[in-house]
Design a protein around this ligand. Structure first.
Ligand SMILES: Nc1ncnc2c1ncn2[C@@H]1O[C@H](COP(=O)(O)OP(=O)(O)OP(=O)(O)O)[C@@H](O)[C@H]1O
Length: 870
């Protein structure tokens, strides 16, 4: 930071502002540039790839400096904010010419932060939530707002885990804290990419609707959020809606890992929307609809009544194809009303925005009449509530031209006939131009100069231009020379100057009157923001419901029936996303059935047969049902679930430094502790992250625990075939397997789920499909046969209770020489005497615990061995 030398007045002013915004890049307007100094300049020049210069080049210790042109500032702000930084914009508040040698008045006019940035077109379909968190004796408060749509919500949670989950589910980029908050916890949030903004003082003087919140803790959490918004936004927050309190338990709960494991919003491999449930379901026509769909998916309902209402409207859209299509046509012409309302409140709305608002409102009467025409009582009752906001539509129609300019200060915005005074000015300026045209003709005639022109420039206004060849014809007594160009001379006349005053005055006055009128219109629209928001709310709901109808029709989904009690029956269920991706109806449908007695479906089957798909399919069907959508099945009877827990795939939590197995156990623990008999648990190969016996023991103990204590409907896939014996020991466990068959030594996946356990695991067949070298496969088959021949397995329940020493003392398996056992790969060559390298590979291979390796690990091992042998 700065040295203690005497600063110039400007740098003193800069440092004063910088002191107020120490955690933001301060962009400080100097002339046509926004400059950064000191550390901001050093860091900013790197991030924005700007040239770093020095303010005081002569001095040894020049002040580092870099700048961006004022007209390009928005792009630079976006880049900084995208990277998680804050930016404070310090503007010149007066024209430098008026400062009369004194320091130009400046002030910070806005602070842009990751949680409050608005209007990024790339994010039209996403909410950007700024959050605030508080801690209290009973737990934590969490409030969030989307500044561009005006939504404000607040909730309370018991513990840090739930708080983090909620923050992650909201995908917040920034959270506000006040006073003391456990530092360790804040560090964790920073690690998952959330910017922490601290404030030291709460704002007092503002009006905001707290009437829907009763809890004091929640009120203070919202107050914290609003205080931060006032501090950073420095403009009207009138569009913020009344804060709503919500309880996380009034929705189907899914923690962040469940949301990402089930690929609701982001594809795990690409991190993109493609291949996700959102991608499949999003046939919305408006950005508001798309955002609402995302919110519904993040918070499925648990109220059967509400779900039935949604289902019923989906059915109406399904039954009325033609009305649905024309409704869609009109919807596509509706702009983002929520965000337009936000811009109106912020005062950043321009003429084009108002025309977008008008165009959107113009669609509403048509939309209403199409929907009422369907004649469905429920839909009609809903549609009747639509306020067309016709007064605003008519006002804009009367006042604003159809194609207004972007700028609101340069005129050209207001329609003729809207204001008498303005019409007069416009007339004067128009007449003036007509007068100029007549003057030109007159002068051409009187001087005989045919190419005489009349032009205008900012320095000396209107002039007559005569080309050099005609100068001798200029009437010197009437014309006064003003400017000499290479090929022409420019003149003025008293008559021209007199008229010029009138024309320019009219233009000037009309511009300022137009701005004044525009401002009045903007204020009138601002007063009706609540009505525009209410309209946006209804249209976006209808948009999502029509989207459900489109998807349900395209993929032949059915309305699920909600049943009470511990039972579930899905006929011909499909994984919606895999089905969409697979071409020509090649998806094999499968039933799922839980009766009163069944708690756990134990799923076995070869790798790649479809176990994970089958389990995910159930979770996605449940989620689709609980957002009111139809589901991929020929029939579905489902209970209402309260919570979905998943343990799927190998997700290392690199941030917290936990290993795969640790994450696996943490997620299992979460489910065992919090699941109820109304929950759904999806456990994909629990226990595979550790040694076979440990893994198997844990898996069995978990199954027993769920069956005895939790009683949640559970799908449990495993490669531990020994676990299938549990069916005979535990009343709630039922075996199913995904079928596969062997044809001429090749594995054929049937993807059909059948009752009972799988007979074989076919791991080596899958390795063959992956293209591993014959030599490795042959070797693996030999070893497998040896293992099977020397089987050391006692029954599982016996083995897991053996002392560790005894387990380790079991005989290690040596390669088997008996070729008669090799049936898998008949064309194999005679076994030659092993070299040192081969012996090493065989040794590693035989000591490998095949039951505990994942398919990926197996492929890696095989790759390593092949490399060695080569
Ligand atoms: N019912 C089905 N119909 C058609 N194809 C399917 C079906 N189920 C799964 N598949 C296909 O099989 C592939 C593998 O399925 P999945 O990942 O569910 O297997 P898995 O048994 O869980 O394998 P692993 O045990 O190796 O994890 C899927 O990507 C999908 O393309």
């Amino acid at each position: 930071m700065p040295q203690k030398t005497k600063e110039t007045p400007m740098m003193e002013q800069y440092l004063e502002y910088k002191k107020q915004y120490p955690d933001a890049f301060l962009l400080y307007r100097v002339g046509d540039f926004y400059e950064m100094f000191y550390d901001d300049a050093v860091k900013g020049s790197q991030i924005l790839e700007l040239t770093l210069t020095s303010r005081n080049k002569k001095a040894d210790e020049g002040i580092p400096m870099c700048g961006v042109p004022h007209h390009a500032i928005e792009g630079y702000i976006d880049t900084l904010v995208d990277k998680g930084y804050k930016v404070a914009v310090c503007d010149q508040l007066e024209n430098p010419a008026d400062a009369q040698g004194k320091m130009v008045k400046r002030g910070v006019t806005r602070v842009v932060t990751p949680g409050t940035i608005m209007d990024k077109s790339s994010q039209a379909k996403d909410n950007n939530y700024i959050t605030a968190i508080t801690s209290n004796r009973n737990g934590f408060g969490l409030a969030y707002a989307d500044l561009s749509t005006g939504e404000v919500k607040v909730t309370s949670v018991d513990n840090e885990l739930d708080l983090t989950n909620e923050l992650q589910n909201l995908d917040t980029k920034e959270t506000v804290v006040y006073g003391k908050f456990p530092q360790k916890y804040l560090d964790r949030l920073r690690k998952i990419g959330i910017l922490i903004s601290k404030i030291d003082e709460l704002e007092e003087n503002y009006s905001f609707d707290f009437s829907n919140i009763t809890s004091e803790n929640e009120v203070s959490t919202v107050k914290l959020l609003i205080s931060y918004l006032i501090k950073t936004q420095m403009r009207s927050l009138d569009h913020l809606k009344a804060a709503q309190s919500y309880e996380t338990s009034s929705y189907l709960l899914m923690d962040h890992s469940a949301q990402s494991n089930l690929e609701l919003f982001k594809n795990i491999r690409t991190n993109k929307k493609s291949g996700t449930l959102l991608w499949l379901l999003d046939e919305t026509k408006t950005a508001m609809g798309s955002r609402l769909l995302k919110q519904w998916l993040a918070r499925p309902l648990i109220s059967v009544d509400k779900l039935k209402q949604r289902q019923q409207l989906v059915q109406v859209f399904l039954d009325n194809y033609f009305q649905r299509s024309s409704f869609q046509d009109y919807l596509t012409k509706v702009y983002d009303l929520e965000r337009l309302a936000g811009r109106v409140a912020y005062g950043t709305v321009n003429g084009r925005d108002l025309i977008q608002l008008k165009t959107s409102l113009e669609q509403v009467p048509e939309i209403k009449s199409i929907l009422l025409d369907i004649g469905d009582d429920n839909l009609s009752a809903y549609v009747e509530q639509i306020d067309e906001v016709a007064d605003i539509r008519d006002l804009i129609d009367k006042a604003i031209v159809e194609e207004p300019p972007i700028s609101v200060t340069d005129g050209g915005l207001i329609k003729e006939g809207y204001n008498d005074q303005l019409d007069q000015y416009l007339d004067a300026s128009k007449n003036g131009k007509q007068w100029l045209a007549t003057l030109k003709a007159k002068e051409q005639e009187s001087t005989g100069i045919n190419n005489l022109k009349i032009g205008y420039n900012k320095v000396f206004g209107y002039y007559i231009e005569v080309s050099r060849g005609n100068i001798d014809k200029v009437p010197e007594d009437r014309y006064t020379r003003k400017q000499t160009l290479v090929n022409a001379e420019r003149y003025i006349t008293p008559e021209l100057k007199e008229k010029e005053n009138l024309i320019l005055e009219a233009e000037e006055k009309s511009k300022s009157l137009e701005y004044h009128l525009f401002d009045q219109i903007r204020s009138k629209v601002k007063k009706q923001i609540r009505r525009i928001q209410a309209l946006a709310n209804i249209l976006s709901r209808l948009d999502v419901l029509q989207s459900f109808a489109v998807v349900s029709e395209d993929y032949h989904y059915v309305a699920p029936e909600f049943v009470s009690g511990h039972q579930l029956e899905i006929k011909d269920g499909r994984h919606p996303v895999v089905e969409k991706v697979l071409s020509n109806n090649s998806y094999i449908p499968n039933d799922v059935f839980f009766d009163q007695e069944t708690n756990i479906l134990l799923i076995t089957g070869p790798n790649m047969s479809g176990k994970s798909t089958y389990m995910r399919q159930l979770a996605l069907i449940v989620i689709m049902a609980q957002i009111g959508c139809f589901v991929p099945a020929t029939s579905a009877k489902l209970p209402i679930f309260d919570h979905i827990f998943t343990r799927i795939g190998a997700a290392d939590d690199l941030i917290s430094g936990d290993s795969t197995f640790m994450v696996e156990m943490r997620e299992a623990n979460d489910a065992l502790k919090h699941a109820t008999e109304n929950s759904l648990i999806i456990f994909d190969e629990i226990g595979r992250g550790t040694a076979t016996y440990d893994g198997m023991a844990l898996a069995q103990a978990i199954i027993e625990y769920i069956d005895k204590n939790v009683k949640a409907m559970t799908m449990f896939s495993t490669h531990y075939h020994e676990l299938t014996e549990l069916e005979s020991q535990l009343p709630g466990v039922k075996n199913v397997h995904v079928d596969a068959s062997e044809e001429n030594g090749d594995l054929v996946f049937l993807h059909k789920v059948l009752p009972g356990p799988a007979d074989k695991s076919y791991g080596i067949h899958v390795a063959k499909l992956a293209g591993l070298p014959d030599e490795v496969l042959t070797s693996a088959s030999k070893i497998l046969s040896g293992l099977e021949g020397n089987s050391v397995h006692t029954t599982l329940s016996e083995s897991i209770h053996e002392p560790a020493a005894q387990i380790q003392a079991q005989p290690s398996v040596t390669p088997v020489e008996d070729e008669t056992q090799l049936s898998l790969f008949p064309e194999e060559k005679p076994v030659k005497k092993e070299s040192k390298k081969e012996n090493q590979v065989i040794k590693e291979l035989t000591s490998q615990d095949l039951m505990s390796v994942t398919p990926i690990e197996a492929i890696n091992l095989l790759y390593k061995w092949q490399k060695k042998l080569k």
